[in-house]
Design a protein around this ligand. Structure first.
Ligand code: AMP
Length: 208
């Protein structure tokens, strides 16, 4: 099954994609994670991407498309995949259509206020990448899963979050109409609790 999870930053795409990918035995492919790994490793791609990512801007389409195309050449994605955070522009979606088939696109939505609240409290483990929320872990600085250091992503600062939401509404939201026209769009609510939303994700995809 070739799936795309669409929706604003912080709506839960990553959380649900990781869980469902594990259940289905297919990879979750997050372009954000790939860019952060390249930035951490200091590769030419990472150096080029850093300015865009830290400021909440989209990385240029040609860079992203090349990166995804290479990723899909790896054997693990032959059985299917879940794209998380890709495509983010109509140009990316059109490029993708030239090299793979998409079965379903899940649109997860939540109000901007919910997103702002979630992202300002988000903490990420610098070592294992797990995410937590300050409403649950308080001001803990050590990862409960691996003992690594919990950090706040640079692009989770309040001004940058608002900008990322604006970028989402302007550049990514048009994909909803794009995939609706292609007859592959399904929707579910991303504004509630994690487990309740996950059931909605599975129902929307006909997997529950
Ligand atoms: P994410 O982890 O999905 O929120 O992505 C973090 C940041 O990486 C975004 O704010 C963009 O700067 C960049 N990024 C991730 N995926 C894409 C994409 N498909 N197109 C352009 N930029 C991206």
């Amino acid at each position: 099954m070739n799936l795309i999870f669409l929706g604003p930053p912080g709506v839960g795409k990553g959380t649900h994609a990781v869980r469902l990918a594990e259940e289905l035995g297919i990879p979750q492919i997050s372009t954000g994670d790939m860019l952060r790994a390249a930035m951490k490793a200091g590769t030419p791609l990472g150096v080029e991407a850093r300015g865009y990512v830290d400021n909440g801007e989209l990385v240029p389409d040609d860079i992203i498309i090349r990166m995804v195309k290479e990723r899909l050449e790896q054997p693990d994605s032959q059985k299917g995949f879940i794209f998380d955070g890709f495509p983010r522009t109509v140009a990316q979606a059109e490029a993708l259509e030239a090299f793979t088939r998409i079965d379903k696109v899940l649109d997860l939505e939540a109000a901007d206020e919910v997103i702002l609240r979630r992202l300002t409290g988000r903490r990420v483990c610098a070592d294992c990448g797990s995410t937590f929320h300050t409403s649950v872990i308080g001001d803990l600085t050590v990862c409960p899963k691996c003992g690594g250091t919990l950090i706040q992503r640079k692009d989770d600062q309040p001004e940058t979050i608002q900008h990322r939401l604006d970028v989402y509404h302007q550049q990514t939201e048009p994909l909803i109409a794009h995939y609706l026209k292609r007859g592959v769009l399904v929707k579910t609510d991303g504004g509630g609790g994690v487990d309740e939303n996950y059931q909605g994700v599975k129902q929307a995809l006909g997997l529950a």
